[in-house]
Design a protein around this ligand. Sequence first.
Ligand code: SF4
Length: 774
Amino acid sequence: MSTNAKTSEKTFKRNVSLTGKIKFTGIKLKDPIRTAAGLLGIKETLRHTFKEMGIVRSTRALLDMNQPDGFRCPSCAWPVPKETSKIAEYCENGAKALADEATIQHIGASFFATHSVEELSQLSDYELNKLGRITEPLVLRPGKLHYEPIAWQEAYELIAEELHKLKDPNEACFYTSGRSSNEAAFLYGIFARAFGTNNMPDCSNLCHESSGVALKNTLGIGKGSATVEDLHKAEVVLTVGHNPGTNHPRMLSAFSECKKNGGKIISINPLEESGLVKFKNPQKVSDMLGSGTAIADIHLPVKINGDMALMKLILKKLAALDKERAGNVFDHEFLKRYADGYTELMNDLANYDEADLLARTGILEEEIDKVVELLASKSKIVVCWAMGLTQHKNAVETIQEFVNLLLLKGAIGKPFTGTFPVRGHSNVQGDRSVGIMHFVNEEFNRRIKKHMGFDPPVEHGHNAINTIKSMYEGKSKVFLCLGGNFLMAAPDTEYTAEGIQNCALTVQVSTKLNRSHLVTGKTALLLPTYGRSEKDIKMGKTQFLTMESSTGKIRQSRGLLKPASGNIKSEPEIIASMAHAYFKGGHPVDWEAMANDYDLIRKYIDKTVKGFENTGERSKGFGYYLPNNSRESDFSMMPNAKAKLTVNRLSETNLKEGELLLTTFRSHDQFNTTIYGLDDRYRGVYNERRVVFMNEEDMLERNLKKMDVVNLHSEYGGKKRTAEQFLVVPYNIPKSNIGAYFPETNLLVPCDQYDPHSEQPMSKSIRITVEKIH
Ligand code: SF4
């Protein structure tokens, strides 16, 4: 799949591939491995790190990762527990992320002189990532096919010049990935505002925006309330739309601790993922010698997007039991004191037919009844969820239905209860806390004005979806990206690519090459930055940065490895230098000073971001928790000062004849858009990513056999989208459902189909057809 090559000067477009050359890599299928981690996990950890980093460098870095004075894992946002293992406070996937960033493979100007962007775009995402760290700033000039070196100052001047050319500051967009630090994200957000725009799309627009909106609507804060300690002692944990064995593996230690304390784990997911079947904790000799810990007590294989129907059915059954048991199932005292909307919710539930709800779930009623009985008798309940719940067209309302359960059970604001949206990237939550948002927070704006001396813009800006649309329509002309791989993370790959290519300038602050560096604006800058494990010394002083975990805890991160090159720079320095080049001293903020001393950035954070007072000091060691009203049962910011039970509509999937509902997910050798390897051992697929996981009955109906090659098509609003060439793999997935890897199938996700409350794209429920290729 290629964009068209056009030769005229004005309309020049590079003939770059959005997929790489499609080829099969030699698939092997085996039985899925049902026990997560264990010896195989240790073997894979060492294999990846030793191969990418060498033994000495790996050992030094691994011993430092997630330690109190060390650096934070560059992968997910799982918090470090109070009792840290001195040897291995990380998982296989954290180690893979470290190896990936601290690799000794490097590429610089000579590499790009011999490889054009068109040629490089023929590589797969896996092959691109394997090329190694970028070691110097590079520019792709208009009409050119090769990146060439550029001096840092010239790069900053070029950005400033393009920004000055814009007629309106809203013609620029400032994207942030969740890899960034609080300091860099804060500075970047302040630069965007000082420049004059709130166009700050970020990766949470693509993953957990719906969680933020649902939680804010109901509990007054867009973050989860439960901590790891709450998980340890909860009586029941619901883990929904979530594959922790691959995406946040250390969460399995918390689940096993919960099991040890007598808690029950309920897994709700279309696939029965290995991490939730069994886990062997590599830090425990007893686990390694024995058969490990069984994690999920009950697995409910819900149909894709059947979660709302399931929760309505559970609530309906609980309401009936509450009547039967003289009001001893719901926490009526809590409801009276803390929540609004009980009568409306009960009236609404009465309207639903249980048989219809059951049919929508695809689950056996006796399994649901076991869960109902368990929930009826317990009150220390935590609900965890991830993108299996957040990336649907009705995501906000579905999450709200799970909040209904917690409120009815009085399982909010007490020990061992609460909400736990499990965030993906390691600082995605922190970015938002320190000001990366496309909407206006008036209090934050007031503080910026008071402490930083300028008036921030007061109109809402673009989120990710609106940024894509705006670039496509030619309204956004400069696109800056602080990390990430926006093109591949976004929905509707072809549409997004066209938008990006319409830009006059695209700027990527990155560690390694990815497809977003090859599908670019007319001019493109590639500004290489430090990995989190690298030592950052400024004016003779080792700098540290801070991050926020999934549970809202702020901690320091201090790298120890020698940077990949002497010609790369830290994110705060790059941002401060861009701002300095743009304002040239004509601005109340002293940008230049902040490039060299992150304490100065933190001084501004202390004053402008609520809850971050004295953050440099308090983030030492095990850090500190940010204020969280729902953890304290404080709903004073809500109407009537109460949490809200909500009435949510049940949406229809409306599959047409022959259609299947596609969910996208990651393989075990992957983190977000970064592909570390081609295996997915927990699902039994090796050396291949172009696969679709199909129910055998669906295969039979379509006359498909294992390893047949198919094209996948989606059609929305009359527009047909195609993802080519996938191998059929029979799998235990509900009938009419089908699964495939992200980002290969993002091509099928329409940009204009999203949750209306959060504008979160619906990557987990795409109607598709499967066409056999001969
Ligand atoms: S659980 Fe997440 S944060 Fe912890 S080591 Fe693994 S990938 Fe890193």
